[in-house]
Design a protein around this ligand. Structure first.
Ligand SMILES: [Cu+2]
Length: 211
């Protein structure tokens, strides 16, 4: 369940952002520590009050205004670009598969519009294609999270949020509720099983025949 082992485009974007921020903040930490070491070791020498004041102002403007504004702007530009990849924007290839998921205390109800299939705590999707999950809640606020496939999405009663996920390869991905929702929250797990598209169609047909 590590978001740093992405298995789909949305999770890949989150992982890039994570590593980018980790690298950037490590650089900031190293620079601050080096400046701090320099400050305690340097020989103050002879400086006039005016020189001291000027140097102080330079540090306040440079380190206190220019540097944070540049850093935050850079992170914002990268963050917005990566965030766009996670949105359920219209696709050139047509409408993605829709799956409805309703959170309950403390389980997940999964249904496939246009069929009678209703599942509990297991989501089946085709691999290699985007899927739109329509997320809502029957009681309190929950949050849907499959770390290897994408970011979290809150689930509210009376409201439907769309989360677009895609699994690069067939496999089983674990998910859990990521918003405290009462006594059973810690056990509110589910799995997402990605099948080869043909195997998914077969699974869908077979389930429908069984129901
Ligand atoms: Cu919960």
């Amino acid at each position: 369940m590590s978001a740093l082992q992405p298995a789909g485009p949305s999770a890949q974007a989150s992982a890039w952002l994570w590593w980018g921020m980790f690298g950037f903040f490590t650089l900031v930490l190293v620079v601050v520590v080096l400046l701090w070491l320099y400050a305690i070791r340097r020989d103050p020498g002879e400086v006039s009050d005016r020189q001291a004041q000027r140097s102080q102002n330079r540090w306040i403007v440079g380190g206190g205004l220019v540097l944070p504004i540049l850093s935050i702007t850079a992170l914002l530009i990268v963050g917005i670009a990566l965030g766009q990849r996670m949105l359920a924007l219209p696709l050139a290839t047509g409408e993605p598969l829709q799956i409805e998921i309703t959170a309950h205390q403390w389980w997940w109800e999964i249904s496939y519009p246009g069929s009678d299939i209703v599942l509990r705590d297991e989501v089946h999707i085709p691999a290699g294609v985007p899927v739109d999950l329509q997320l809502t809640s029957a009681d309190v606020v929950h949050s849907f999270w499959v770390p290897r496939l994408g970011g979290k999405m809150d689930m509210f009663p009376g409201r439907t949020n769309t989360l677009r996920l895609e699994a690069d390869h067939p496999g089983i991905y674990h998910g859990s509720c990521s918003e405290f929702c009462g006594q059973g929250h810690a056990h509110m797990h589910f799995t997402v099983e990605a099948h080869e598209p043909a195997a998914f169609e077969a699974w869908l047909k077979q389930r429908q025949a069984n129901d």
